[in-house]
Design a protein around this ligand. Structure first.
Ligand SMILES: [Zn+2]
Length: 93
């Protein structure tokens, strides 16, 4: 199939496919703290060496913090209340 002979529908589908591939390869690479931008995890690193921060805080569908201090800072700065566990730490586990 020649690219210049694609129908508009085929071309649209092909372009959507390419965009998806790009999004997939770009998405989870280095994960950084939303406050201080410290590296939390690098999914390009070999398995077992990907996590960099000692106790990262993960907020599902939202973001990552390198630790409780940055989660607290973000909460305070943006007036958001995260879920906390029995010991008062931000936790969604
Ligand atoms: Zn941080």
């Amino acid at each position: 199939m020649r690219l210049d002979q694609m129908t508009p529908e085929q071309r649209a589908r092909f372009e959507a496919h390419c965009a998806q591939q790009r999004a997939r390869s770009k998405f989870p690479l280095p994960i950084t703290c939303m406050v201080c931008e410290k590296l939390i995890a690098d999914l390009r690193a070999p398995f077992g060496q990907q996590q960099v921060a000692a106790a990262p805080v993960v907020i599902p569908f939202f973001g990552y913090f390198c630790g409780q201090a940055c989660a607290n800072a973000f909460e305070r700065d943006y007036g958001i209340l995260f879920k906390r566990n029995a010991t008062g730490e931000v936790s969604y586990e």
